[in-house]
Design a protein around this ligand. Sequence first.
Ligand code: DLL
Length: 433
Amino acid sequence: MIFNPEYEAMDEDARKKLQFARFKNLVEKLYADVPFYRTKLNDMDVKPRDIRSLADISKLPFTIKTDLRETYPYGLLACPLAEIEEVHLSSGTTGIPVVDAYTKKDIHIWGESMARTLAGAGGTRNDTIQNGYGYGLFTGGLGVHYGAKTLGANVIPMSSGNTQRQLMVMQSFGSTILTCTPSYALFMAEEAAEAGIDLRKLPLNKGCFGAEPWSENMRREIESRYGMKAYDIYGLTEIIGPGVAFECEVQDGLHINEDLFYPEIIEPLTGKSLPDGEKGELVFTTLTKEGTPLLRYRTRDITFLRRERCACGRTTVKMNRLFGRTDDMLIIRGVNVFPSQIEQALIEIEGTDPHYLIVVTRGPSHLDEVELQVEVKQAFFSDETKDLEGLRTKIETVIKSKLMISVKVKLVEPKTIERSMGKSKRVIDKREI
Ligand code: DLL
């Protein structure tokens, strides 16, 4: 079912006109209301009146994660603070979070874009949606929640974790749609098998999975274990959260809600625009956002765009499943982590050297495990009274509280982690997904 055919199955010329009107409006608003953007446009000698077509977007500056960090928390606000009714955060490179501030209309549009997403998977008001994305600052929980409400479905706000209870609820309430990270879906399937629950016999028949990389292999595995259809959904906090793009029942590429988020693909090194079909970095301009609208935001995600007639009837452009990122961001159990954040935490702990190695694996449980190897300082190591166990626990606690991920710390002797003459290798990612 197409949730909003007026926009999702719109004639392409009409959509282009709509996108242009919204885009022009955005540039005017940013120039008038956000000093950060006014300065950027002035520096490039561009004025809102120079925007005469969508193609003129290439005259405008990009926005990058550092810009968000430098303007934290409210420097990019484009409306009075009193208009903001909700704020979400996700990890930034240095531990300064990325902020998305939503007005009433932004929340309404979030609900709309997520209702489209759930309907893309075949969801209707008759569904019971078991929402296993984390509720809180992470956008997954509330994003799906608002979408379910807009769709008119029944939503069970489980949040992530508490697997035994998830399985109990799934059985008692006959959940028909599961939403969570794909790795958590597989973990739950393992637990169900151990508890002797045959998921294929439950009413559950579809799931919307995203927030981390996953593969066709994982899709096949989830589909066969649950006896359901598994759909890929994509989004990022900076733009809105989930609701940016989603797979339809054809399961071949993700439809971008392009009346709301204008996509471009660029060559990461030069910033040059690339044509449809060519792989590069995905860039979004928010077309309707009021709280924290963004111009040409560089997502660091790599994909290509596909403009083709889809059998589902939607006319929106599709993005391919992601190929990876242009930066070193890791996603550990759905939490975004930059190696630099780990380094920052270690610098503050006495007794350690900033030489470390992050080894990520995905065990038989399908959940991510992190071993953090840390070099102990020579002086600490030769100290008779050294308390290695205390130091290990301390690092684990600090990382947990600062980065919200659990790691297993392995302390190693000074100078044992391989040094590099160039870019040091901080991460060994052994996950096969
Ligand atoms: O992960 C929003 C979301 C929630 C999407 C629930 C889907 C479902 P962030 O925490 O800001 O937001 O992380 C955004 O996660 O730039 C991608 O690198 C990655 N990501 C998100 N969806 C997918 C996906 C949410 N379907 C970052 N496949 C993005 C691969 C994904 N990577």
